[in-house]
Design a binder for this molecule. Structure first.
Ligand code: ADP
Ligand code: ASP
Ligand code: MG
Length: 462
């Protein structure tokens, strides 16, 4: 059971988590928890502040966050446990202060130190939740996640190593065996040498999936602040609604293409071990949420959701040298590899290639090297919109319907069929909201066009 930042933002939320874990009854449970809401952002900006040379302000900026932990402990813990947690909090503050000083003295060399500092978010929330659960009569036990998840040294976005399975089983198996409930911080891990690493922003979902897979869990539950995976981002479409069932592939595509509710890497470990993933609302635990399973179980085979990712940069390279030549794409992708820039969407013609990138921090170097291969054109502030569903496999008319719904909006880089459950295209950031709202209305709202199942059936008949 993984609880995200908003599910542990204050003492009422902690109390609520205790209630949800308690209601799981005789199940054998592992709890994974994120940092309390907003604290990871605060920790990250404190590192930036220290990097700018002001270690004292960097540490002081975290005082409000420490105070929030203290307030929760004050309200939910009694005597000795409270004192123990307060000591842990003071110790964390001291360690962070020392780390800030090192960062300030050696600016721009701080990737490992940043992970060391940011990890305190999950280290504190998991110790606090362990104590709160015990206070509520549950046999909870805090376990340091760095003993379980072993990674490479890619600080800020580390990849788990094979040792993780055995380490997780060895650390958690005996506790579960005797009826204890391990409470583990998400997002954090360590290298073979013991240095702290993190799995990338939003990575607690991934931690839960890694631990679930290592233990061959019956189910991986992601408890968040919305009732499951919705038909669109609720911040854009106010009446987005819960999708009852998704296939692994649908869920993975949704996560890759911007649905923040799941970290993009969450699905793989679950799919490898065929473990269902359930996304539930910690604020409305009785609501059904979303179940993610194999495609054969994920009926109906329809259009399920619209995902989007804004602030994207697209790069187009045009060169007549591409015509009939081989090795050109290899040379092109080598440039992106050299500058460690991940490419999301690719479309090609005989003489040009368009690519989209999420992280444009190496753009000047990319443009310089790509210019050796052809004419380079860059467009910024673009949005990737993806229409996702198993219904795209072999259902005629879906593309026609998507593009006729937004026929007055300029689209580019259309990609369909590459994943078989995803139709993707680009629009300007400025028209993204309108695009998504209109597609949502066409596919998921209103009378005539409302029901996706009917729509697919009608199109198949046609
Ligand atoms: P947590 O702190 O629990 O990990 P996140 O903020 O990472 O929560 O993810 C939940 C948020 O994801 C929701 O509040 C919602 O704003 C956003 N979101 C974006 N797209 C979707 C979607 N398709 N379905 C549900 N939530 C979405
Ligand atoms: N606390 C981390 C973050 O904010 C990990 C997570 O919440 O999943 O990115
Ligand atoms: Mg999240």
């Amino acid at each position: 059971m993984k609880f995200g930042g908003t599910s542990v933002e204050d003492s009422a939320a902690f109390r609520n988590v205790a209630h949800i874990v308690n209601s799981a009854g005789p199940e054998r449970i592992v709890v994974v928890v994120s940092a309390i809401g907003g604290f990871t952002d605060a920790l990250l900006s404190s590192v930036e502040q220290a990097n700018d040379g002001d270690a004292r302000t960097a540490t002081r900026c975290l005082d409000q966050g420490f105070e929030r932990h203290r307030a929760i402990a004050n309200q939910l813990l009694g005597g000795e446990t409270k004192a123990q947690f307060e000591a842990a909090l003071a110790d964390a503050r001291d360690q962070i202060r020392e780390l800030h000083k090192i960062v300030a003295a050696h600016p721009s060399t701080h990737a490992p130190l940043r992970d060391e500092i940011v990890a305190f978010g999950e280290l504190l929330s998991s110790q606090l939740l362990g104590a709160v659960l015990r206070e509520n009569g549950l046999a909870a036990r805090y376990v340091d996640a760095r003993r379980l998840i072993k990674t490479d040294e890619s600080y800020g976005g580390a990849a788990p190593l094979r040792e993780t399975t055995i380490a997780t089983q060895a650390a958690l198996g005996p506790l579960i065996e005797v009826g204890e409930i391990p409470v583990v911080g998400g997002f954090i891990a360590s290298t073979a040498k013991g240095a702290t690493t993190t799995l990338g922003r939003g990575g607690s979902d991934y931690s839960a999936a890694i631990i679930g897979a290592a233990l061959d869990a019956r189910e991986i539950q992601i408890w968040t602040d919305v009732s499951g995976v919705l038909t669109a981002d609720p911040r854009v479409v106010t009446n987005a609604r819960t999708i009852p069932v998704l296939s692994y592939q649908e869920a993975a595509e949704l996560a890759y293409f911007g649905a923040k509710v799941l970290h993009p890497k969450t699905i793989q470990p679950a799919m490898d071990c065929k473990i269902p993933v359930r996304v539930c609302n910690s604020r409305a635990p009785d609501e059904a949420g979303t179940l993610i399973v194999t495609s054969s179980e994920a009926a109906p085979q329809t259009i399920k959701a619209i995902a989007h990712k804004s602030g994207i940069t697209t790069v187009q390279i045009t060169s007549a040298r591409m015509l009939g030549a081989y090795g050109f794409l290899r040379a092109l992708f080598e440039v992106f590899g050299r500058h460690q820039t991940a490419v999301d969407v690719v479309t090609t013609s005989e003489v040009s290639v368009s690519l989209s990138i999420d992280d444009a921090s190496a753009l000047p170097e990319l443009i310089r090297d790509l210019a050796q291969l052809g004419a380079v054109q860059v467009e910024e502030r673009r949005t990737i919109v993806s229409v996702i569903g198993e219904g795209l496999r072999g259902t005629p008319g879906i593309a026609a319907r998507v593009f006729s719904t937004i026929s007055d909006i300029n689209v580019s880089m259309i990609s369909v069929g590459a994943s078989s459950v995803n139709l993707t295209f680009m629009v300007d950031d400025a028209r993204a909201r309108e695009t998504i709202v209109r597609l949502h209305r066409a596919y998921f709202e209103g009378e005539g066009s409302a029901h996706p199942t009917e729509m697919v059936t009608a199109e198949v008949r046609a």
